[in-house]
Design a protein around this ligand. Structure first.
Ligand code: ADP
Ligand code: MG
Length: 569
């Protein structure tokens, strides 16, 4: 046994771990290295789940989506300077998406960094992180670790959730202090994300506007999915009888097959609705900023917005009824005011939507279900759509251009928080990080549907998936390139700028690490391979050959490509 004097001491390493554990944080996503290698080792020894990645950005994306799934801040742990910067991309993305996350990075010696004397991995990380996240803190003394971690947790999850940076200089970890004083210095954060009750007159105003509607619409955003107020949201939709459209990560909050879902008539309802209730959704580019031809005649809309962030109101267009508070409290308050005789929306409106839905769904059905090779996107997605229907508790991770746009509309979701995708930035590279965290946090099977280009950003993490033996099945829609596999270099020197090695065998990457690799060319083969993977739970990568001609430039958002006035004749 250790001498008494030693038993009574603790250090920075242990205080960080104890502070996290005290607050119910049990998982760390990171990449080891100086000065945090021992922190990871010790955390594992103390019973935390420590998932070591191959690149910090993927670990950061994992932490971000863990935050979305659990409402606890996901933790990403990195080394200093370059490792920190890699993690920072994910932290900025988490902040943009309103996911709670804490990036903890080791840093070099303050004295040397601040005098810019050229330390190992010298960088003023705190200053760099600050503008890119919700809050940033540095802890210099072991006795302050408890407060530092508490502040980071509260900043990440309270109000609008987001990313927090916690800077821990190397010297902090080895600082020693009296164990009892150390334990007393830790803070258990009480009520980290307090309910925010909306003001009664704001609730009344919202209900008055909603009641006046002839063509009402609810838009469910990922804020509503995050809030985990699933029953209340369902009750609001069903009690009001109002048609709704889910944003992509709110799909499944109510099943996409719900009779009130207007997802298949999206263009029509956005254009024709007269009152729109936004529930945890922002009027950003994904909703054409609430104006323009997507939204019909100018001035034809009234917006009611439910959001925890007061400053979101009027960010793009006038909000006639802002309702500030958390989704659960706001939705419950709205429901309270609907009791009794809430009028159903006019049958003319719901009937028109039903008709449009039917038209669009039968148009889509005719594209699905073909068992042809080479596959086009719809052929392959038809197979995956059936798989999610039969396995509604599986988690779908999705990125790519065409692979994303088409999967979003083809694959119905049935349960909340089962669709994880590129989010607010429409960013590529979230795939493997999201898939790994989804498997780790939920224990459910994960189906990652990836464009071949999108997969490349995080593909090395297939080793991580194999190492932790996670139930992740990756399907790569391999059309030989970005958007399409057909570009050529006009000068004949190099490959075209958007193409990859033709007929690549991504499945062999998975085999290299002991997972299952499958090469498929038809929807039937694809379906068989995915079902097998989902049944076995073994790490699997399916290389699904898609026609290189299939796909459109930039998917649905080709209009965002700048067009030169010179070329346009
Ligand atoms: P989507 O992309 O699905 O439209 P956004 O990320 O644009 O969703 O919007 C989510 C919104 O939800 C943000 O404005 C955020 O402030 C809000 N939000 C997040 N969590 C909550 C919550 N618990 N209660 C209310 N609003 C929330
Ligand atoms: Mg491609």
């Amino acid at each position: 046994a250790a001498p008494a004097a030693e038993r009574d001491l603790t250090d920075g390493f242990h205080l960080v771990i104890d502070a996290l554990k005290l607050n119910g944080i049990d998982t760390i996503y990171g990449v080891p290295g100086i000065p945090i290698t021992d922190l990871g080792r010790l955390a594992q020894a103390e019973g935390m789940r420590v998932v070591s990645f191959r690149h910090e950005q993927n670990a950061g994306n994992a932490a971000a989506i863990a935050g979305f799934l659990t409402k606890k801040p996901g933790i990403c742990l990195t080394v200093s300077a370059p490792g920190f910067l890699n993690g920072l991309t994910a932290l900025a993305n988490a902040t943009t998406n309103c996911f709670p996350m804490i990036l903890i990075s080791g840093s070099s010696e303050r004295e040397i960094v601040d005098l810019q004397q050229g330390d190992y991995e010298e960088m003023d990380q705190l200053a760099i992180a600050k503008p890119l996240c919700k809050a940033a803190f540095r802890v210099l003394h072991a006795a302050d670790i408890g407060i530092g971690v508490a502040r980071a947790i509260r900043a990440a999850v309270s109000g609008r959730p987001g990313g927090v940076y916690l800077d821990l200089p190397a010297k902090l970890f080895s600082q020693v202090m009296d164990a009892e004083a150390g334990a007393k210095s830790l803070v258990k954060v009480i009520d980290p994300a307090p309910a925010q009750i909306p003001a009664p007159d704001a609730v009344r105003r919202a209900l008055d506007v909603l009641k006046s509607a002839k063509r009402p619409l609810i838009i469910l955003g990922k804020g509503a999915a995050y809030a985990q107020a699933d029953e209340a949201v369902r009750a609001l939709v069903e009690t009001s009888g109002i048609p709704y459209v889910p944003m992509s990560m709110a799909k499944g909050l109510l099943p996409d097959t719900h009779p009130q879902s207007a997802g298949a008539a999206r263009s029509m309802v956005l254009k024709d609705a007269d009152v729109v209730l936004l529930l945890g959704a922002r009027l950003n580019w994904l909703l054409s900023h609430g104006k323009g031809k997507t939204w019909g005649a100018p001035g034809s809309k009234k917006f009611i917005q439910v959001d925890i962030e007061p400053r979101e109101m009027d960010s793009n267009v006038e909000i006639v009824a802002p309702l500030v508070g958390d989704i659960g409290s706001c939705v419950t308050a709205l429901l309270g005011g609907m009791r009794g005789d809430w009028p159903a929306p006019p049958a003319e409106w719901t009937g028109a939507i039903a008709k449009k839905k039917e038209e669009n769904l039968s148009k889509m059905a005719s594209k699905l279900g073909k068992n042809a090779a080479p596959m086009d996107f719809h052929g392959a997605l038809g197979a995956l759509r059936t798989i999610i229907k039969e396995r509604p508790d599986a988690i779908l991770v999705n990125e790519g251009a065409n692979t994303l746009d088409l999967a979003r509309s083809v694959i119905d979701m049935y349960q909340p928080r089962k669709r994880l995708d590129v989010g607010t930035w429409g960013v590529m590279g979230i795939g493997m990080g999201f898939a790994i965290a989804a498997a780790v946090e939920t224990g459910k099977p994960v189906l990652a549907v990836e464009g071949d280009s999108a997969f490349g950003f995080s593909g090395m993490e297939v080793e991580t998936i194999c190492r932790y033996n996670l139930p992740v099945c990756i399907v790569i829609f391999n059309n030989n390139g970005i958007y399409r596999g057909t570009d050529t270099d006009p000068t004949g020197r190099d490959p075209g700028t958007t193409v990859f090695v033709k007929d690549s065998r991504y499945d062999r990457m998975m085999e290299a690490f002991g997972g299952v690799g499958v090469h498929v060319t038809t929807p039937d083969e694809l379906s068989r391979a995915v079902n097998e993977a989902m049944d076995s739970g073994r790490p699997t990568l399916i290389n699904a050959v898609i026609d290189p001609q299939a796909g459109t430039e930039s998917g649905n958002i080709g209009s965002l490509n700048p067009q030169s006035g010179i070329r346009k004749k």
